[in-house]
Design a protein around this ligand. Sequence first.
Ligand code: PMP
Length: 354
Amino acid sequence: MSRFFSAARAALVPYTPGEQPKDMRYIKLNTNESPFPPSEKAQKMAAEAASFLQLYPDPTCSALHKALADLYGLAPEEVLCTNGSDEILNFAFMAFCDAKTPAVFADITYGFYEVFADLHGVPYQKKPLCEDFSINIEDYCQNNATIFLANPNAPTGIALKREQIERILQANPDHVVVIDEAYVDFGAESCVPLVRAYDNLLVTQTFSKSRSMAGARLGCGIASRALIADLNTIKYATNPYNINAMTMAAGLGVLADEAYTQKNCKAIIENRVYMTAELQKLGFTVIPSSTNFVFAAHKQVPGSEIYRRLRENGILVRHFDNPRITAYNRITIGTRADMETLAATMRKILEETL
Ligand code: PMP
């Protein structure tokens, strides 16, 4: 730390992204990326946009907002695209939380909520998940706070039903409820159809997972016009050109190729069913997942050992340094070939270990 670093930030513990090692070729199952390339339309449109990079991108993102709004049957004023969904979450902390409006989120959830709260000096309360990692709805009904819920949750993969989230929305009419739908396309119910019914609902989504565009950094918020206007104030106060021209073009391309996205989601769900069964056969407890990853713990072998042995064998998964989930690894669902290699490698490791 330099002697110039703000005292207010000195204790900040930043988010730790999953490893992107370059020492050898791994089967990468550690950051929930898609194993499939981006839509060809997205690639082509991004390449075309490269010829105009001397110009600033459209700060209003008008074409992209219209395409997204059309997909959901909403108005462009009800959506806002951002540099990954991390940015819309950051904007939400800035717009809807402060010293007097704390944040509430689960003890086991997306790690960035705590980082954003700390960054912005927002007080927060963590609600412990139940023993089986499910969310107790009542925990989110009595707070004078902005609520952040990942649905499905990460890294557990468990989804709430839309009606359960409606109960939370109804119990918090004077506070914003942020539903982070990064993984919703892999089998959960989206709350987008509720945005016109609840003026306190902000749904966030990403193009990083089901749309194979993690490297392009594109996310969005979907909410009432008033909430989107607030988020736009934050955007224009931080980075008006937050979406670069190539990403904007790629986003338009993938939205014009919904069949490709749907086909990939279907393949991931099929591979998840396969992988869950294989892991169970090998003695793993696998939490029922509605996402593109599974959260699995072996009954005899510690999570850190599984992580280490897989890494030695060229497979990267994600192990979290949190005592409550130390037995588990979060394993991204990849291609069928990747899943078959994982199953065979896991079998070999267990034979060597047990
Ligand atoms: N929410 C959750 C629950 C996530 O797991 C992630 C991915 N790390 C994000 C949001 C952010 O994704 P991105 O910024 O790539 O849209």
